[in-house]
Design a protein around this ligand. Structure first.
Ligand code: THU
Length: 158
């Protein structure tokens, strides 16, 4: 037997410490959270993806009275990004959220498991790590890749 430890490096940053490119992407995610359709949870999430061709695609969570029919912000953005710009690679994704009062969450929120799984596949397609920026009003987490959020992942079984 042998033991393998997986270490997830998280950079904790303030907004002012981000590069201009990162600020632009984070701002797109923050703006996208205002277009969430979340009458059931009242939790509004925005995601913005920077593509290799320079385009930024954003999305927000879209809920439905038949609850499981809704979709998280990350997959709304990712599915549209790859539908619209299918030759571009994902470079960075930023995620931001607002609580039930509409205020930006102080702490970063992290993507759900299903979104991690979906994003991982676009990272594999890109052939390089996709940086993940999790925005919180008080602090921001920067992770080097989607894979770092989903270690020991299920991948193509063929
Ligand atoms: N949600 C997202 O859009 N992204 C996440 O990372 C976590 C949760 C949405 C799903 C649902 O519409 C609401 O937030 C509450 O869970």
């Amino acid at each position: 037997m042998k033991r393998t430890d997986i270490i997830v490096p998280i950079t904790v940053a303030q907004y002012s410490e981000l590069s201009q490119t990162e600020k632009t992407l984070v701002d797109a995610a923050r703006a996208a959270s205002t277009s969430a359709y979340a009458p059931y949870s009242r939790f509004s999430v925005g995601a913005a993806i920077l593509l290799s061709d320079g385009n930024i695609v954003s999305g927000s969570n879209q809920e439905n009275a038949a609850y499981p029919s809704g979709l998280c912000a990350e997959r709304t953005a990712a599915f549209y990004a790859h539908s619209r710009y299918h030759e571009a690679k994902f470079e960075t994704i930023a995620i931001a959220a607002r609580d039930t009062s509409g205020a930006e969450t102080p702490a970063p929120i992290a993507p759900c498991g299903a979104c991690r799984q979906s994003l991982l596949e676009y990272e594999t397609l890109a052939g390089h790590p996709v940086k993940v920026i999790l925005y919180g009003a008080d602090e921001i987490f920067i992770l080097p890749s989607v894979q770092s959020l989903l270690p020991v992942a299920f991948t193509d079984f063929q």
